[in-house]
Design a protein around this ligand. Structure first.
Ligand code: AKB
Length: 376
C-alpha cells in the first residue's frame, strides 16, 4: 500500500476512533478522506461507479451555450429523459425548461466546488460533459473571467470527476494550436503554442485531463472541435461565429457583413456531426482509444467559398467585409485544415455533412424556404 494511502488510513482511523473517547471531528475526517483535492496515487477511479450495462447518468455544464441543448436532446433519446441533466448559471428560456422532450434543468456553478459535488452525489452522476467556457474572442476581451471559468472551473471539474469516478468529456478546439503549429494540415500531436487565453486554457485542459488519466485513472475524453455551425443555438464570442451569422443575416436581411478576410480558411463542422462525435467517443470502449484527445473535422472553407455556396441558393445575398483585427489575428494563427486520421481509424469517426449539405440544411432550418422560392 503506498505510503500516502497508508498514512491517510491510519490518520482516518485515529480520527474516527479517538483514544480519548470524545466525538470525532467531522471536519478532520473530510480533510483526511480521499478527496481529489488530495487524490491518492494508486486510486483506480474509473471503475468505481459506472457499470457499462447501465445507462449513464449525465450532467452537462454550460448547458445553455451553443451545444448543450442539442447534446441533451441526443443523449436523452438514447439514455432516457431523466438520465440527462442540463445545467447552467443562467435562467433557461421557456422552450428549454418546459418542452416535452426536455428533462431536468438545474443551477450549477462550476466555480462552486461544493455545489458541483452536491449535484453529482444527489443525482448519482456517472458522465460529466463540461461545456462551460468563454470562447476565443470574448476571452481576449475579459482575460480574468476566461481564466477563472476556463482554468479554475476546470480544476473543480477534474477533481469532482476523479473523486466520484466519472467519465469526463471536455471539448478542446482548433484554438489549442497557434502560429508555430503546422497549419495545413494540423495533426493531433505537434507544437501547441496558442496566443489566446482560450487556447492556453484548452491546452491546459488537454494536459491536465491526460495527467489525471495517467496518475489517477480518470476516464478523461476530449475532442478538438473545429468551428461548429448550428441553426437553433447561437455561439457567443467565437472567431468562427461568422459562419453561423451569415445564415441568419442572409435569411433575415439578405445582407451580411463578414468580420474575417475573404480568404481565411478554417476547419468547420455541422452541429449534428459534432454532437454525434461526442457521443461516439464517450461510448467507445477504452481499448479503442490510444489517446485521450483527438482532432475531429468535417470540412474547411473560407468566407468567400461559404458565400459562393450560399449564393447558389440565395443569389441576391449582398456581402461586405469589415475586418475585426482581433478575430483576424486569431484566425490567422489557427489550423487551416485539421488532420483527424486517428479519430477515423481508432473509433470510426466519420462526418456526414460537407459544405453543400451544410448550407442546404442551415437554410432549411432557419426558414429560408420563402426567400429561396422567391429567388428562383
Ligand atoms: C471559437 O471560434 O472561439 C470557437 C472555437 C473554434 O473553438 N468556435
Amino acid at each position: 500500500m503506498p505510503v500516502f494511502r497508508a498514512l491517510a488510513r491510519a490518520a482516518q482511523q485515529t480520527v474516527l476512533t479517538p483514544g480519548c473517547g470524545c466525538r470525532p471531528l467531522a471536519l478532520a475526517v473530510r480533510h483526511i478522506s480521499f478527496s481529489p483535492r488530495q487524490v491518492t496515487s494508486d486510486a483506480s477511479f474509473h471503475s468505481v461507479s459506472f457499470s457499462e450495462t447501465d445507462h449513464p447518468k449525465v450532467l452537462i455544464t454550460g448547458g445553455l451555450g451553443q451545444l448543450g441543448v442539442g447534446l441533451a436532446k441526443l443523449l436523452r433519446k438514447r439514455f432516457g429523459k431523466n438520465n440527462v441533466i442540463l445545467s447552467d448559471i443562467r435562467k433557461p428560456p421557456s422552450h428549454v425548461f418546459h418542452s416535452g422532450m426536455t428533462g431536468p434543468f438545474i443551477y450549477s456553478d462550476i466555480l462552486d466546488y461544493k455545489n458541483l459535488r452536491e449535484i453529482v452525489v444527489n443525482n448519482r452522476i456517472t458522465w460529466l460533459v463540461h461545456y462551460s467556457a468563454l470562447l476565443s474572442a470574448v476571452g481576449e476581451a475579459n482575460v480574468s473571467l476566461a481564466r477563472a471559468v476556463n482554468i479554475t472551473g476546470l480544476h473543480n471539474i477534474l477533481d469532482i470527476a476523479a473523486e466520484h469516478g466519472l467519465r469526463l468529456f471536455v471539448p478542446s478546439t482548433i484554438g489549442a494550436f497557434g502560429p508555430t503549429s503546422p497549419r495545413n494540415p494540423t495533426p493531433d500531436l505537434c507544437v501547441q503554442r496558442p496566443r489566446t487565453i482560450y487556447g492556453v486554457s484548452k491546452v491546459h485542459a488537454e494536459l491536465m485531463g491526460e495527467y489525471y488519466h495517467h496518475k489517477y485513472g480518470l476516464d478523461f475524453r476530449c475532442l478538438r472541435y473545429p468551428g461548429i455551425i448550428s441553426a437553433d443555438s447561437q455561439p457567443g464570442g467565437g472567431t468562427t461565429d461568422y459562419a453561423v451569422a451569415i445564415f441568419h443575416d442572409a435569411v433575415k436581411t439578405g445582407k451580411f457583413e463578414c468580420n474575417l478576410k475573404p480568404d481565411t480558411r478554417l476547419p468547420m463542422m455541422y452541429i449534428d456531426d459534432c454532437l454525434r462525435a461526442t457521443l461516439e467517443v464517450m461510448e467507445s470502449p477504452a481499448e479503442q482509444l490510444s489517446m485521450r484527445t483527438y482532432n475531429i473535422n468535417a470540412m474547411s472553407f473560407t468566407p468567400e467559398e461559404l458565400v459562393a455556396e450560399v449564393q447558389k441558393q440565395l443569389p441576391d445575398l449582398q456581402v461586405t467585409y469589415n475586418i475585426d483585427p482581433v478575430r483576424q489575428a486569431i484566425a490567422d494563427s489557427w489550423p487551416m485544415n485539421f488532420d483527424d486520421e486517428n479519430a477515423r481509424r481508432e473509433w470510426g469517426w466519420k462526418h456526414e455533412y460537407d459544405l453543400p449539405e451544410l448550407v442546404t440544411t442551415m437554410l432549411n432550418s432557419i426558414g429560408a424556404d420563402s426567400r429561396i422560392a422567391s429567388a428562383n
